[in-house]
Ligand binder design. Structure first.
Ligand code: PLP
Length: 427
């Protein structure tokens, strides 16, 4: 059923190293051909072979209201027709900045870049400049983009890059990166003690979504907050995946813990390339005298992307019930999966926070990089391919998160639960 996708993949491999962009790596883990998508609307994808699929990958997170969400499409078309001049100020950038700042707690100013990777790089650079220190603590399994030291044990996305022998990663690349264990405050405290007055920032995915969905243990984020405050370290919440998805104000609102710098990507661009980093005024003002080139690129804040992002944030801001619906739909799906897998005597773990979910065919939730590096087990592979046959496209690895969108209907969810029931009988 993926004849045309196979042909297209073969063509792509001739001109694009490794084939195409995501999700090739994950596909290698489960086997099979990446599916080439012709069009996407709401909760569905139409692939090049003519199959209609219920989509739980969601462009890896941004399309929280579904694909081709009409207000976003309209805003982009209108702006494109008007014509744009990249690199010149537009009202749109100020408008989306003001809206984002009003939605997210504890931030006064925000700067736009082109991706989540850039947002995290900029946040680290800001933290280093502001504190006049160089070292950062990151967590094994947390992914902050495809740059330099972020790749070291970054999660499933960096297994190949992050291993010591991989090309392009030298000891020097990561020399200021200290690696800590997620959910392990003692480990963090020990690293701080051993590097007194040298650590600029701790960067964390406040809900780790790049190793499946890993839930922060109670007290972990507040513990980081306290350690940072006590030691003059800035706490960076990488909300590229969680921002404008888990709550209107992101994880700071959800768990009531404040960060010093927050990074965004995915949802904030409404599907177009936008990243952003934000902080309180006294931190962000560090950038003001440095001039725009310090943190800006040709396409940063470009009007098309700003139009898409603004339409998306407006929709989320105007209807707070969206976040309740996302939560309810995801809880319904998770409960349904739990029910049918138990009824079929399958060993599994479901992790969930808000509209992010992952399903593992292991007794214990996956919480470490070493386990993820071993790859998916045979049951997951059967699960993935079985669901694909039923017209359901989940992330092709248990170490990736499923994203639930508001466009999914309860009919879609029931169909999915029934399909999982059917597939799990074949394990
Ligand atoms: N940070 C987190 C938490 C992410 O999930 C991602 C992407 O998946 C990134 C950073 C990098 O963002 P981008 O892929 O837009 O560069």
């Amino acid at each position: 059923i993926y004849k045309r996708s196979s042909q297209l993949f073969a063509e792509a491999e001739k001109v694009i190293p490794g084939g195409v962009n995501s999700p090739v790596r994950a596909f290698k883990a489960v086997g099979g051909t990446p599916i080439f998508v012709k069009s996407a609307k709401g909760a569905y994808l139409l692939d090049e072979d003519g199959n209609k699929l219920i989509d739980y990958i969601n462009s890896w997170g941004p399309m929280v209201l579904g694909h081709a969400y009409q207000p976003v499409v309209d805003a982009v078309i209108e702006k494109a027709k008007l014509g744009t001049s990249f690199g010149m100020p537009t009202e749109l950038e100020t408008e989306i900045a003001a809206l984002a700042v009003s939605m997210v707690p504890n931030i006064d100013k925000i700067r736009f870049v082109n991706s989540g990777t850039e947002a995290c790089m900029s946040a680290i650079r800001l933290a280093r400049g502001f504190t006049k220190r160089d070292k950062i603590i990151k967590f094994a399994g947390c992914y902050h983009g495809h740059s330099d030291s972020f790749l070291i044990q970054a999660g499933s996305g960096a297994v190949t890059f992050g291993s010591p022998n991989s090309p392009g990663v030298t000891e020097g690349t990561a020399k200021d990166t200290l690696l800590a264990k997620y959910n392990d405050l003692d480990n963090v405290a020990t690293l701080i003690e051993a590097n007194k007055n040298e650590i600029a920032a701790i960067i964390v995915e406040p809900v780790a979504g790049n190793m499946g969905c890993i839930v922060p243990q109670k007290g972990f984020l507040q513990g980081l907050r306290d350690l940072c405050t006590a030691n003059g370290i800035l706490l960076i919440f990488d909300e590229v995946m969680t921002g404008f998805r888990l709550a209107r104000g992101g994880v700071q609102e959800l768990f009531n813990v404040n960060a010093d710098i927050v990074t965004f990507g995915k949802v904030i661009g409404g599907g177009l390339p936008v990243g952003a980093f934000a902080a309180r005024e006294e931190i962000m003002n560090y950038l003001a005298p440095l001039g725009p080139v310090y943190q800006a690129g040709t396409l940063s804040g470009n009007p098309l992307a700003m139009a898409a992002g603004l339409a998306m944030l407006k929709a989320l801001n105007n209807e707070p019930a969206i976040f309740d619906r996302l939560e309810e739909k995801t809880a319904y799906l998770a409960a349904g999966i739990d029910r049918v897998l138990k009824a079929n005597n399958v060993i599994f773990t479901i992790n969930r926070v808000g509209s992010m979910i992952s399903v593992h065919f292991d007794e214990n939730p996956v919480v470490d990089f070493q386990t993820a590096a071993k790859g998916d087990n045979e049951t997951f592979k059967k699960f993935f391919h079985g669901l694909l046959q039923e017209g359901i496209y989940i992330a092709p690895s248990a170490y990736e998160t499923w994203f639930i969108t508001d466009a999914l209907t309860y009919e879609d969810l029931d169909y999915t639960i029934n399909a999982i029931d059917k597939v799990s009988k074949t394990f």
